[in-house]
Design a protein around this ligand. Sequence first.
Ligand SMILES: [Zn+2]
Length: 335
Amino acid sequence: MAGGGISFLSSRLWDQYKNNRLSFPDLPDLAELSTFKTAADITPSEIASMPSVNIDDIPDPNGPGIVVAPENDLEDGFKHTERVVDVDTIDELQEDEVNFYLEKIRNFDGDFPGDVYLSEINQLLLQPTIDRLERVQRFIGHGNFNLIAFDEMLYFARNYEEIGEFDPAELAFMEEIFFNDATEYGFFGEKVNPQLTHRINQNEVEKIGGSGHYLLKGDSLNQYQLIHKDVGEKLLLTSGIRNVVKQMHLFLSKTRQSNGNLSKASRSLAPPGYSFHGIGDFDVGKIGLGEANFTIDFSNTEEFKRLITLGYVDIRYTDTNRYGVRYEPWHIKII
Ligand SMILES: [Zn+2]
């Protein structure tokens, strides 16, 4: 089967899942799962033909592919101004502080004075916690990992030796990351998803063929379908709805890339609970552009130009956004 729609599910989980259906009422519908392949079923040529756009393909910011977006690199006419400003904190800054703020979000991969770092003990917990989250992801599949709730994750970890129960220190670490006040990092977005154990109702999401990602039915799905129709077949969903566990994994991975600098991590990625992906925003990219979909390169594609001339699309993180986040031309604002 060419393209996506393939989710990795270990055959052992598949058997257990079929036999214990009633104990996982919130996991994907069995009929839908039966169309998934297990990792063992997928041939190398199928893997080669999968879309190259995927949230898991976020480039290493220290690698050669990343481009920092200074203001003068952004094409005139393709900047997108926010329509609503609802964060007060930035308005209290003095002019030189505003300049420092803009310098930080335009050079999001730099280290700056005042950046907040992981404590020494949490530095030690970072790698084992990421490792265990990745074992969960491998075990339940990438698609399901977008949706799984925190307590569902704990269930799998407790019951499957392939994952292994979370150490109390790892749990405490993740809780601390979740409940930290992100404004201390310099991230000014609101906590849109304040519940660590937030669940996503399977009936309220739809899997987007070819992407491996899901969208909330209603505004998100409708807007994506409209954009897809208006921009064309080359535009694809690169990340849809993400629950707390998925965001935790992304944020901790970004923190590791940032050598424990939580402020630097939050300039590229919302901390768990603060991601608008949790309530309806989504990312789009161009098929074939691969990792560059998550760089400034996306804003130079015909697809992006078409996207923003449609007139009904808002970009969440503009080049002068007030969230403390880098410019993300690929991130569509829904809420
Ligand atoms: Zn996004």
